[in-house]
Design a protein around this ligand. Structure first.
Ligand code: SF4
Ligand code: SF4
Length: 381
């Protein structure tokens, strides 16, 4: 396992950071709950394999995630890792909410301190709201008291908002979405990475596989990867590319089973953080081929859910992209019909716009939902 520098913090942590967002779930008495036994196996296998950075959040797994992580880190595992969790800004309406939520998180995680405490999912307006409620002073106080080691933020907005937030407080770390498709577009991407690097602020990467979309690539992208002399999976290409940037501290990866965890450990054990020009050109060509196919850049994060009308937004977008990814638009139309039968279809949308307002990918969701239906009907006869 490669251990990478965290810029100005003077510490290092594993290149592979354990993202806890995608734990396996199961149905119990009609409720969706974390499959705790499997989740704990994943966490402990990762730590036993050298991972020393664990990332959770108040909101993950419908609010169950931190408690599961807390139980997984019993029996001496807490001492082996840096623990990151996040303050849910959308639950903060008054200054007292910061401490109330933080105390609740410490109790759930069964710990007396958080190593990396992130203000969660900032965009410009969320930052201004919590800043004006005094979150900077709150973070300073927690650091003074040793209840957090580092004050950080995770981010979902454009480059300008990133620059604004990065310069508005003395941050210890930031977490951004970055993958080989994010070189284009208005996200912080490469420019954001360089800006943080100039300030020596370490960057933790999320969505390195775009919600798993870069794990199973279309045939033309696979062919490009296969031209390389050494056989590598698409996941391996994506992670290698990220680790090629010195500003990248840790790459988060969320796993739903033990096999994926073992595979990630294998990949990160083989990464040394240097790619040749030939390898970089292969990724560039893969990017061009991939971007030509995707219809909507939904990562499946579900921040837009639940829709008050019951539309399963990420399922619609996933069906649309899959139709193009696999060159079979009937995949899209069949899935959209099933969603209609299950009363989760696009026809229920009343265009209230609530979903677009919280989408970290800035997708005009109602418009794109209609486009998915129109496209699948047009191209499927
Ligand atoms: S715009 Fe449509 S999909 Fe979005 S929240 Fe409103 S009803 Fe749901
Ligand atoms: S539409 Fe936006 S908020 Fe909803 S799942 Fe996709 S990326 Fe996330």
């Amino acid at each position: 396992m490669q251990y990478r520098n965290f810029g100005k913090l003077g510490v290092s942590h594993s290149a592979f950071g354990l993202g806890c967002m995608r734990f396996p779930m199961k149905e119990v008495d009609g409720n969706s709950v974390v499959d705790e036994e499997n989740a704990i196996s994943i966490i402990r296998a990762a730590i036993d394999g050298g991972v020393d950075y664990v990332d959770t959040a108040y909101v993950y797994s419908r609010g169950q995630n931190e408690s599961v992580v807390g139980r997984a880190l019993a029996d001496g595992y807490r001492e082996k890792v840096a623990l990151a969790t996040k303050l849910p800004t959308w639950n903060c309406e008054k200054t007292e909410d910061f401490m109330r939520l933080f105390e609740e998180q410490l109790a759930s995680l069964n710990t007396d301190h958080i190593d990396f405490y992130l203000v969660h999912a900032l965009n410009r307006s969320a930052w201004e709201k919590v800043r004006d409620l005094g979150v900077r002073e709150f973070l300073d106080e927690l650091k003074r008291e040793g209840r957090i080691k580092y004050a950080c933020f995770s981010f979902h907005d454009n480059y300008d908002a990133f620059e604004y937030i990065l310069n508005d407080y003395d941050w210890d770390m930031c977490q951004i979405q970055f993958n080989y498709l994010d070189v284009v577009g208005d996200r912080p991407g490469l420019r954001g990475l360089e800006l943080a690097g100039k300030k020596n602020i370490p960057v933790v990467i999320m969505e390195g596989l775009l919600g798993g979309k870069l794990a199973s690539v279309p045939a033309d992208v696979a062919e490009i990867f296969d031209e390389y002399k050494e056989k590598r999976t698409p996941v391996e290409w994506a992670f290698r590319w990220l680790c090629n940037f010195p500003q990248v501290a840790t790459v988060l990866s969320g796993m739903t089973n033990l096999e994926m965890t073992k595979e990630n450990l294998r990949i990160f054990d083989s990464i040394d953080g240097s790619m040749t020009d030939e390898e970089l050109k292969i990724v560039e060509r893969a990017r061009e081929a991939y971007l030509a196919r995707i219809r909507v850049g939904c990562t499946g994060c579900k921040y837009c859910m639940p829709c008050p009308q019951g539309v399963d937004i990420p399922a619609v977008f996933s069906a649309w992209n899959d139709g193009y990814r696999f060159d079979d638009i009937s995949i899209t139309s069949n899935k959209l019909s099933r969603l209609e039968k299950d009363e989760k279809g696009v026809s229920r949308c009343v265009e209230c716009g609530a979903c677009s307002a919280v989408c970290p990918q800035s997708i005009d969701i109602p418009t794109m939902l209609r486009a998915a239906v129109f496209d699948s009907q047009k191209n499927n006869g």
